[in-house]
Ligand binder design. Structure first.
Ligand code: PEP
Ligand code: MG
Length: 753
């Protein structure tokens, strides 16, 4: 084993004393590369530093030709050095010249070296250079050697950030033109429109001391700080906003579990034993986590690693003496701008002034999104290079309806924003005034208007929107945020809370629709060519019946003495539904056997999302108490058109005559069999579409809470007889869509679309 692996502390000390020794910074760097080469038993050790314009310049070398120093320059992304800088990750090769990105620079004479290990020199999370060792003999460097070189690069970062080698301001940072107005596109993760001044998460931590003087002392600093950090988290969890149960509570508890993670603590302790200070040890382990994160494609796991990022930052701050768990003070309406933030970090912001969150990363199931939703804050994510476009205090307008973030908006945008807010407020006032009015057409046809929900945070909308019940409760959310399968009592708690909140209003629970694009951490994920048509929903549940059994058990417990409506998703044939019903029946018998209070009444339904059911409609309708048409999935299968492919978003129209004929057939069959039918896909929440659906005979619609007001207003302005006659005329049309005709009809008849 090479010397440095057994003696890491000695090497770090030696480097530190060389760096702090006599001579110019260049002379010291020359000595540093010699020491590293010697200790790593490498024939070459080189340091490249990033200069303005994303250029990496060879600053010092032991082993390559002298004349290449300050002459060899590579762009970020060019050659192996450029690749390390681009990815911010180590590169370990036994045959460097054979790598497709290898670029030979004759002035270096490096063609004779086969093995290659390059690691980034990271400063404040950015790559400020690359450290390379090379050997003639082809071999892969061991994991210990890779780790050792990474630790060395942390120490080197200290010398770089001193500014002696290179003007720190010159260090390559993509030059971004700040100051003028720009519009960025992103993905709406939690909807709303908001504006405020840009604020960032706490400034990046600076680690000024990397080498420990006294290992025992550093160990003690780490342990004390870990204790303090846990205390802070416990206090945060006590906050009245989060005390109540729900998925955000689970997120926080999972997060707290991470703070006690043994593996994480052990790694930090090991890093201290190798000679680092406590804060450098935390950062070192975090660098490893980041490198691992970059390789992970599973977004759920990537988000969990983000929780560690949040914890690590918090821990370093405590180690560096920041003892108070001070909320970030805001004095005006603000928009939080970040690459990504952790859930706890978000909660530290002043609730009164935090109006929106915009992120470079983020996803709808990220912990921070769930927390933001619970706080009622709009979130936009997936905005590349966001952070480099914004400065503290910049005015920001977030408009999730159009997926736009306006940075330093011009007067026109601001004016538009103010008007949009005014319109929104006015609309909300109108909707609120109509809250208790029935969804009834001008000629007295009554429609039952329900809402979709999936979070406990959605439940207050039942009251504010005046929705008549929950037509679709998506149960998968609790499962998606839990590290392990939620226990029956945990599930029961959530379902009880839903039923409590709904009171006398009906609730339809849909059993788990997981798998496919809704991954859960406790089930293995395999790559699927077509996840939407893959191992998901009821297909998972029938293969793993315990999942479904426990969920049904929890639903039965929660509904003791009350009504229970349960439906199964993605049913493709009647036989599947029968299997689900048999499992439910067994659970009902079990309930009786144990003398538990059964629900007052149980109704069983089925989602209509797979076209194959059309050819078994009669027997299907004999098996169910109600049917719910999930147009989101149904139409993607109907048109063979991926619902999440943006390239196809406008290819087919939900108002195509073929769709309307198809839906009319299903709705009519339900009416003939006297089986209540609902549409619970997004289609029902869109004004013109809702108009078409009621004209087809639909009398129950379940829409997202934000659409309840729109749909009710529309229905109250429609003369159903006229509309029905009009649509019947158009449904056989060979056109692409009846949308334009319907819009014209609406305009001519003062329908509020
Ligand atoms: C649907 O497919 O229309 C539906 C309501 O289910 P989800 O959107 O949850 O797949
Ligand atoms: Mg669906």
């Amino acid at each position: 084993m090479p010397d440095h692996v057994s003696q890491p502390r000695l090497l770090l000390r030696r480097l530190h004393s060389v760096m702090g020794g006599d001579g110019s910074a260049q002379e010291r760097l020359d000595r540093v590369v010699r020491v590293i080469a010697q200790n790593m038993v490498a024939e070459v050790c080189s340091v490249y530093l990033a200069r303005a314009g994303s250029v990496l310049e060879l600053f010092a070398t032991e082993g390559l030709k002298e004349e290449a120093v300050h002459r060899t320059r590579l762009q970020v992304g060019e050659g192996l050095v450029g690749l390390v800088a681009e990815r911010g990750l180590p590169l370990n090769l036994s045959e460097a010249p054979k790598h497709p990105r290898f670029v030979y620079r004759p002035e270096t004479g490096e063609d004779i070296y086969h093995s290659y290990l390059g690691v980034p020199i990271l400063r404040n999370g950015k790559v400020s250079g690359v450290l390379v060792v090379q050997n003639v003999t082809p071999r892969l460097y061991s994991p210990e050697e890779v780790e050792a070189l990474q630790t060395i690069s942390m120490v080197l970062a200290e010398l770089v950030s001193s500014g002696e080698l290179i003007n720190v301001n010159e260090l390559s940072e993509d030059s971004v033109e700040l100051g003028h107005s720009i519009t960025l596109n992103g993905l709406s993760l939690a909807s709303g429109i908001a504006a405020g001044a840009a604020v960032f998460t706490k400034p990046k931590i600076r680690i000024t001391k990397t080498i420990a003087d006294d290992v025992e002392e550093e160990r003690a600093r780490l342990e004390t700080s870990l204790g303090q950090m846990r205390l802070q988290l416990e206090e945060m969890l006590e906050h009245p906003d989060f005390a109540q149960g729900g998925e955000h509570r689970e997120v926080l508890e999972t997060y707290r579990l991470f703070a006690y993670d043994r593996g994480w603590q052990d790694k930090m302790r090991e890093a201290i034993d190798s000679g680092l200070t406590a804060e450098a040890a935390v950062e070192r382990v975090q660098q490893e986590n980041r490198a691992r994160m970059a390789k992970i494609r599973d977004h759920y796991l990537r988000e969990r690693i983000q929780d560690f990022e949040d914890l690590a930052g918090r821990l370093i701050r405590i180690i560096q003496g920041e003892t108070v768990n001070a909320p970030t003070k805001l004095t005006q309406d603000s928009v939080l701008v970040a690459r990504t933030v952790g859930p706890a970090e978000l909660m530290e912001f002043d609730r009164q002034y935090l109006k929106a969150v915009v992120l470079e990363e983020g996803s709808s199931t990220a912990h921070v999104t769930i927390i933001a939703r619970a706080m009622g804050i709009p979130v936009m994510g997936q905005i590349p290079n966001l952070v480099s476009h914004v400065e503290t205090g910049d005015e920001i307008v977030v408009d999730t309806a159009h997926n736009h973030v306006y940075v330093r908006p011009n007067d026109e945008v601001l004016q538009g924003y103010r008007e949009a807010v005014k319109v929104q407020e006015q609309l909300f006032a109108e909707y609120a005034a109509e809250r208790d009015l029935p969804a009834e057409t001008l000629d007295g046809e009554r429609v039952e208007l329900l809402m979709n929900a999936g979070l406990l945070a959605d439940l207050p909308s039942l009251d504010t929107t005046g929705a008549e019940g929950i037509g679709l409760f998506r149960t998968e959310f609790q499962f998606m945020v839990s590290p392990a399968l939620p226990r029956v009592d945990e599930q029961t708690k959530v379902y009880s809370a839903v039923l409590d909140a709904a009171g006398d209003k009906p609730v339809v629970f849909r059993t788990l629709d997981i798998g496919g694009d809704k991954p859960v951490p406790f089930l293995p994920r395999e790559h699927e060519e077509n996840p939407a048509m893959g191992w998901r929903a009821i297909r998972v549940a029938l293969e793993r019946p315990a999942l479904l059994r426990y969920q049904l058990r929890a639903l039965l417990y929660a509904a003791a003495g009350r009504n229970l409506n349960v439906m199964f998703p993605m049913i493709a044939e009647v036989a599947e539904l029968k299997k689900c019903k048999a499992i439910l029946q067994k659970e009902i018998q079990r309930l009786e056997k144990f003398g538990k209070i059964p629900p007052k009444e149980i109704k069983v339904g089925c989602m209509f999302e797979v076209p194959s059911l059309s050819w078994q409609l009669d027997s299907l309708l004999e098996e169910v108490d109600f049917l719910s048409i999930g147009t989101n999935d149904l139409l993607q299968f109907f048109f063979a058109c991926d619902r999440s492919n943006p390239k196809l978003a406008d290819r087919y129209d939900m108002l195509a005559p073929s769709v309307l004929s198809f839906l009319r057939m299903i709705i009519s069959a339900c009416h003939a069999a006297d089986v209540p039918v609902t549409v619970c896909g997004e289609m029902g929440g869109r004004a013109v579409e809702a108009m078409a659906l009621v004209a087809l005979g639909l009398r129950k619609i379940s829409v997202s809470p934000s659409s309840v007001g729109t749909v009710k207003r529309l229905l109250r302005s429609v003369d159903m007889n006229q509309l029905r006659a009009f649509l019947v005329e158009h449904i056989q049309s060979p056109e692409h869509s009846v949308r334009d005709s319907l819009l014209l009809f609406a305009r001519d008849h003062n329908i509020k679309v």
